[in-house]
Design a protein around this ligand. Structure first.
Ligand code: ATP
Ligand code: MG
Length: 510
């Protein structure tokens, strides 16, 4: 535990009333102390579920995550396994990642773990890196961000730190089933938000007032739908109502985070039920209006059925253990717009021909704005369509095509969006038997710096950094090879370079 009883604030007495106040800048540890001591008493005690009454066993926890938890405990800190890890273990599922929360500050964590790197800006957290590329995220308990002033001995201390108590941390999470803590000291589940009961009842419910929660961070609406479809849970009534009433808030969501969530769902193996639900609840129409417009057009293999089929193929691919790149996911999602273009090409081209695709897809990418590198790759891959058709007809693949850096991915997209046939199978087999491409992919062009910080409009209520940090699906998912640390870092080149610099600096200081 962080040492208590240390200097807390400037300790001004009653005789100082009215005197001009000079505020000493407190260290993050001191602030954390104040917040934890002052707020601990006001909070309702959590439900504590004894080890004998729940399914979480240390056997199922990643050994490196366990080591971190034990080390925290040995050093006198709290060590909680949190979030989706606890949820999945309770349901007997294998968690994708094991996140940890603690009362140790990022700097203390950095000192404890040599392989730890501080990331993030306002809300810093620590990524612990392992040689196999694994990253375990350890975050200091977050405050709700609701109060930025703390009163102590009648004195108001402006609280510009973002660290909080375990209860605050639980209360700022999205769903109750994602707000449970597994305490390594007692092996008990600590539940401030009613998540234990909701897990038993199969309910997706927002922590606190769902309207407020969705307005604060609209991406949570998609997360609620994701977890309901993924787990086969019901959406609780108030949450469902708020999903309807606040639907349009989704247009205010941070673009980068929205995109990360989309990529995560496309590669989840459950993309068809998820996007079907987004369609049924009206979110797809809001986010991709030109896509849903195709559902109303006439014609064979058009619209909704095409989307469903493409997503199903994507999910089958996932089930076979094959990778789902960003571009392949986008191709499936946008298939109702892409396929009609492929039908107009008529096996013509000898040359790359991305223009008709660009024209058809650009309006769709207005609201879900893909990274430049993904868009460029998508144009390369789709631009090869005519050449692939021609090669299939001739049963021979010219080297000028197979040496292209995008050739294997172009084959994947071709397979995903073509009508199955023996001819196609033979062509794919031939293409995949060729040596890997010799051409290096081009360096992504740099995005000109935009004004302001980051590229998103940002979730409201200060969710920006921490929410991003937690919604870092792409962060640790191996899709596409590149492991980003958080969606904070998932914007264009300029932002990332700036942050890299900052991280290096903070590394030196600590
Ligand atoms: P998955 O199995 O897909 O990883 P997850 O619930 O673990 O699901 P993560 O994105 O890994 O999702 O986030 C970890 C935890 O962080 C969540 O369980 C939740 O407690 C919290 N979290 C994530 N995004 C948000 C958000 N937008 N608002 C509040 N809390 C969030
Ligand atoms: Mg997770």
């Amino acid at each position: 535990m962080a040492p208590r009883g240390r200097a807390r604030g400037s300790g001004r007495g009653a005789e100082d009333e009215g005197a001009p106040r000079r505020r000493r800048r407190l260290s993050p540890e001191e602030l954390l102390d104040i917040v934890m001591a002052d707020e601990a008493e006001e909070v309702e005690p959590p439900r504590v579920v004894d080890r004998s009454e729940h399914e979480v066993s240390r056997r199922d926890i990643d050994p490196d995550a366990l080591k971190i938890l034990y080390r925290l405990q040995d050093k006198g800190f709290r060590g909680y396994l949190v979030g989706g890890g606890v949820r999945d273990l309770m349901l007997g599922l294998r968690p994708k990642d094991f996140d940890i929360a603690t009362d140790a500050s990022p700097r203390q964590l950095k000192r404890l773990f040599g392989n730890g790197r501080i990331i993030g800006r306002r809300f810093q957290l620590v990524h612990i890196h392992y040689p196999n590329g694994k990253i375990i995220e350890v975050a200091t308990f977050r405050s709700t961000g609701e109060s930025d002033r703390v009163e102590r001995n009648g004195e108001l201390i402006h609280r510009d730190n973002v660290f909080g108590t375990p209860s605050e941390d639980a209360l700022r999470r999205d769903l109750t089933i994602n707000g449970l803590f597994y305490d390594i000291a007692t092996f008990a589940i600590i539940d401030y938000v009613g998540g234990f009961q909701d897990l038993e009842d199969g309910l997706v419910r927002m922590v606190g007032d769902p309207v407020y929660s969705f307005r604060e961070d609209p991406v949570r609406m998609l997360r609620a739908i994701r977890h309901a479809t993924r787990l086969g849970f019901e959406i609780e009534r108030e949450t469902r109502r708020a999903l309807e009433s606040e639907r349009e808030e989704i247009l205010k969501a941070n673009e980068a985070r929205l995109l990360e969530e989309f990529y995560k769902d496309l590669a989840s193996g459950r993309s068809r039920p998820y996007f079907e639900e987004l369609d049924a609840t009206g979110f797809l129409e809001l986010l991709l209006p030109s896509l849903t417009a195709t559902f109303r057009r006439r014609g064979a293999r058009r619209g909704r059925a095409l989307l469903q089929e493409s997503l199903e193929r994507l999910d089958e691919r996932h089930a076979r253990g094959e990778e789902i790149s960003h571009v392949l996911g986008l191709a499936a999602l946008l298939s109702p717009l892409i396929v009609p273009v492929t039908e107009t090409l008529g096996g013509s081209g000898n040359e790359p021909n991305p223009e008709p695709f660009r024209e058809a897809l650009m309006p769709a990418l207005e609201r879900v704005r893909v990274y430049r590198r993904d868009a460029e790759r998508l144009w390369h891959v789709l631009g090869a369509w005519g050449r692939l058709e021609r090669a299939m007809e001739r049963e021979s693949i010219p080297k000028s095509l197979s040496r292209r850096h995008y050739f294997p991915e172009a084959l994947d997209v071709f397979e995903l969006l073509s009508e199955p046939s023996d001819e196609l199978d033979a062509f794919l087999e031939l293409g995949r038997s060729l040596p890997p491409p010799t051409e290096e992919p081009p360096e992504p062009k740099r995005r000109p710096r935009r004004g302001g910080r980051g590229r998103g409009r940002g979730g409201r209520g200060g969710e920006g950094s921490g929410g991003a940090a937690r919604a870092r699906g792409a962060a640790r998912s191996p899709a596409g090879g590149a492991e980003r640390t958080s969606s904070q870092e998932s914007d264009g080149g300029g932002g990332r370079r700036r942050r890299r610099r900052r991280r290096r600096t903070s590394g030196k200081r600590s």
